[in-house]
Design a protein around this ligand. Structure first.
Ligand code: NDP
Length: 450
């Protein structure tokens, strides 16, 4: 039996469901946090006063807009754009933009809600937000991507600013798209306001290590978690789902620290390479040629298997890093992983494990690093990019990476200690939810009912 929502918080959840009908991912994210908060309100009932938790579940602002653009054949397309400004108690709204056909307001709200606690865990002065569009970038030419990004920014620019709301990348949005959006923002506002968006290129205000940060940070978290059981990454057998930004730099850091990553994927299938994923080849295929993961198997030769469809989680591994998308790792996958010798899970993607899968991991005593803690290195390094922009400075890779590692250690230790304090030692899920909540809640209390 998974844990239930505390009776005091149940009406809040019922209202969230009623008010946000059909937004399954948002309900799932809120439920997970409310279950954890049962422990907090039992100990500190004052946090349930002044509608504080109700306010936390309601975004401060939700913007939905039309994004018209013209393809290379002259055909007009209409997409929908979103920006959900969730909570600004700790600083300007901060969170990525996702371009994927599955995007809808419920997905953006779940991501914005999660982002609020994640950003709080970093200890940096950033609130939570998220945005994106149901635009599908796959197969689109460079010119089409540029026209879409410009049209998207045509509306978004009214709502963002370095002291207001600072977007970044997410699925389908990386350096190229950030460049086009920043260019259009600059043209529309006639301001070189570098701190308005993060994930920029190095020539126009980017930060070293931002591209690597989410993947590296996830691995730093897992490494520290393993250390609590006197284990290291050396010799571990790892599986990483996805082959985008987070997956690639997770694979890179895992390999550097002595693990062997034997599988990765995209939405069509996965490859199994028992010699360890060839990172240079993977990067060439995904980052330069923008091809499918099946091409990796073709290019690497006979010993590499490509499996179309199916689950990447069926083979033996000791470390599992889901780094593709939400709800990609199911109960059956979790059971299979546990049976096959799993030691630790680090969530690189946002909410990649279903609640049932998490339950299986926890029952089996697997080290489980939840997304809002494990993948917070990306946004933390975005905040470092904002710091560099504000001081017109540019730090070395080594300095930025060292700060990232320190931040990740801090997040790990905060979650670990909070879990102990609330009577659930080793439970990073509860530790992250409670520690993130307390930071946001304290700031909200101080700012009054707004
Ligand atoms: P990318 O677009 O670079 O890569 C996404 C990868 O996941 C691709 O391999 C993609 O395959 C796969 N994928 C996407 N959607 C699906 C799906 N519905 N089913 C199966 N596979 C899918 O995105 P990122 O690497 O930036 O993001 C990955 C995850 O990490 C997301 O959950 C994101 O929210 C999270 N994250 C990202 C951060 C960042 O800094 N970029 C920061 C924190 C979290 P395909 O090419 O076939 O679509």
């Amino acid at each position: 039996m998974t844990e239930q929502i505390h009776a005091r918080l149940l009406p809040i959840f019922n209202q969230v469901i009623q008010r946000n009908a059909g937004e399954g991912e948002f309900h799932q994210a809120v439920k997970e946090v409310l279950v954890s908060l049962g422990r907090v309100v039992s100990k500190h009932p004052e946090y349930a006063e002044q509608g504080l938790i109700e306010r936390l579940c309601e975004p401060e602002r939700q913007i939905i807009f039309r994004v018209p653009w013209i393809d290379d054949e002259g055909k007009v397309h209409i997409n929908r754009g979103f920006r959900v400004q969730f909570n600004s108690a700790l600083g300007p709204y901060k969170g990525g933009l996702r371009f994927h056909p599955s995007v809808n307001v419920g997905i953006i709200k779940f991501l914005g809600f999660e982002q609020t606690f994640k950003n709080a865990l970093t200890g940096m002065p950033i609130g939570g937000g998220k945005g994106g569009s149901d635009f599908n970038p796959r197969g689109r030419s460079d010119h089409e991507i540029m026209r879409f990004c410009q049209s998207f920014m045509m509306e978004l620019h009214r709502h963002i600013g370095e002291y207001i709301d600072v977007p970044a990348g997410d699925i389908g949005v990386a350096g190229r798209e950030i460049g086009y959006m920043f260019g259009q923002f600059k043209r529309l506002t006639n301001r070189y306001e570098a701190g308005v968006i993060t994930g920029k290129g190095m020539l126009y205000g980017g930060s070293r290590a931002r591209t690597e940060a989410t993947g590296y940070g996830t691995v730093y978290f897992v490494e520290r978690m393993l250390a609590t059981r006197k284990l290291t990454l050396e010799g571990q057998r790892a599986v990483v789902s996805g082959s985008g930004n987070v997956a690639i730099y997770t694979i890179k850091k895992l390999t550097e620290l002595g693990a062997r990553v034997i599988a990765c994927s995209d939405s069509n299938g996965h490859v199994v390479d028992e010699d360890g994923i060839d990172l240079a080849l993977l990067q060439e295929i995904k980052e330069q040629r923008r091809e499918r993961i099946s091409h990796y198997a073709k290019a690497r030769g006979g010993h590499v298997k490509y499996i179309e469809g199916g689950s990447i989680w069926q083979g033996p591994c000791t470390i599992a890093i889901p780094a593709a998308t939400q709800n990609e790792l199911h109960e059956q996958d979790a059971k299979e992983l546990v049976k096959n010798g799993l030691i630790a899970v680090g969530e690189g993607a946002n909410m990649p494990s279903t609640p049932e899968a998490i339950h299986v991991f926890q029952e089996a005593g697997i080290l489980f690093a939840p997304a809002k803690a494990a993948n917070a290195g990306g946004v933390a390094t975005s905040a470092l990019e904002m710091q560099q922009n504000a001081s017109r400075d540019s730090w070395t890779f080594a300095e930025t990476d060292a700060r990232l590692a320190t931040i990740m250690r801090g997040i790990h230790d905060l979650c670990f200690e909070t879990a102990e304090e609330y009577g659930v030692p080793g439970d990073y899920l509860n530790g992250a939810n409670i520690a993130g909540f307390i930071r946001v809640a304290e700031a909200m209390k101080a700012l009054g009912v707004i």
